[in-house]
Design a protein around this ligand. Structure first.
Ligand SMILES: [Zn+2]
Length: 414
């Protein structure tokens, strides 16, 4: 099939999915946190039906799952592969509605996204633009993100399924699909996959940026809350009575290593990040995140926080000090084993075959795969082709988008 026809289909699908506003809403504790995500899930369910998928189901959390049966191969011998895409776009204070436009054969100059607000995507600022001369770029109107994160992935997978259907000679194993809500607000949706019906050997997400990016190493992550209950007294007669929880919080924070905070770390350096403090004269809460690629260092960080909490409890024995730490996701790399290593191998081979140079990145964050790896489903992550996720300067070059599609097709077919 001609490249042009595939690109048109990719574009058509992408524009269709971004036209459905599906920003997630951190304030809403329901899953899905916004109606638009369910609208999109329903639309996709219908398309999957037309594409011949089986077991199509949207569960009570708005997770859409489906299966494509194996074709032309011994089902027992072919790996069962899953794809996980997220339905939400991120809320970074921009419009939930996305109105993209296409900058045809990019000429290397400034791209004016919004002339009234003077929002410009400039090659002076965005150096990667120089790589895309002559390519068609999908850009925003400056008022929202583009939503290639993660609708480029959805378009990618749906287009691959369409391609497989149009080309019956393609053999493939059993394909599992999960479209999950609320990835952007703490990987909430992926936890609600019906895992009894997601019987994969391994899975993939397509949820990072420029051409060639490949991620199978993410942070181990936990978040926590330190709760301090002090004692109040009128300051006229508070000597030896008043216990100020804010001063205890101050001690707690001052016992942290300033050189191991997000503003002083990069690459594989982990950190503890104080994210919130709320207090009155009696109750204080300090929220924090713990991140480290290295499992041992991650555990040490947790242990250290427990230790200083004990120490403070001793020092301020009239106060009540409690710490809660909860794991949120784990490093994908730690779920690699002999049986599932094929997931990474297949990906590297696909890149090689398509002459795409892999850029392997230890991600300073997590993907849906970081949660899946805690369930022993190895889930590497590869590029959509887009740049500037979570920004109104997000854009996707058609050529990279197409290459991302080719990787998916290569991974699916045998
Ligand atoms: Zn994403």
């Amino acid at each position: 099939m001609e490249e042009k026809i595939i690109k048109d289909k990719l574009l058509e699908n992408f524009l269709k999915y971004v036209s459905i506003s599906s920003q997630s809403n951190e304030e809403n504790k329901d899953i899905p946190s916004s109606k638009g995500q369910l609208v999109l899930a329903k639309k996709l369910a219908k398309e999957l039906e037309e594409l011949g998928a089986n077991n199509i189901r949207i569960n009570e959390y708005g997770v859409l799952q489906a299966v494509i049966e194996a074709k032309g191969v011994d089902e027992k011998k072919a790996p069962k592969i899953g794809w996980v895409c997220h339905l939400d776009t991120v809320d970074v204070g921009l419009s939930p509605d996305i109105n993209p436009r296409i900058e045809k054969s990019y000429d290397g100059t400034d791209i004016v996204l919004d002339s009234s607000e003077n929002i410009v995507l400039s090659p002076n600022e965005e150096k990667s633009l120089a790589n895309y001369l002559g390519d068609d770029l999908i850009v925003t109107d400056g008022k929202s993100v583009l939503g290639a994160d993660n609708k480029a992935a959805i378009a990618n997978v749906i287009t691959a399924l369409w391609y497989i259907r149009e080309n019956p000679s393609i053999k493939h194993g059993k394909i599992y699909l999960a479209f999950v809500p609320d990835e952007e607000i703490g990987l909430r949706g992926v936890r609600k996959i019906d895992f009894d019906n997601f019987d994969v050997d391994f899975a993939y997400t397509i949820d990072c940026c420029g051409l060639g990016e490949l991620v199978y190493e993410t942070f181990n992550a936990a978040s926590g809350n330190l709760k301090i209950k002090g004692l109040s007294a009128h300051p006229m007669s508070s000597k030896n009575k008043l216990v100020n929880p804010i001063m205890i919080a101050h001690d707690f924070i001052s016992m942290l290593d300033r050189s191991k905070m997000p503003e002083h770390t990069e690459g594989r350096e982990g950190y503890i990040w104080i994210t919130d403090i709320k207090s009155d004269v009696i109750n204080c809460e300090v929220k924090f995140n713990i991140r480290d690629h290295d499992k041992k260092k991650f555990l040490n960080k947790k242990a250290y926080l427990m230790k200083i909490t004990d120490l403070l409890s001793e020092r301020y024995n009239k106060a009540k000090i409690e710490i809660e730490i909860e794991d949120t996701y784990a490093n994908i790399l730690d779920s690699v084993n002999e049986d599932n290593y094929l997931a990474i191998e297949k990906l590297k081979k696909a890149f090689e075959k398509l002459a795409i140079r892999p850029k392997i990145i230890p991600m300073r964050g997590g993907t849906d795969g970081s949660y899946l790896s805690t369930r022993n489903i190895l889930t590497p992550n590869y590029f959509t082709g887009a740049h500037n996720f979570h920004s109104n300067k997000e854009f996707i070059p058609m050529d990279s988008f197409y290459k991302s599609f080719l990787v998916t097709l290569e991974l699916m077919s045998i």
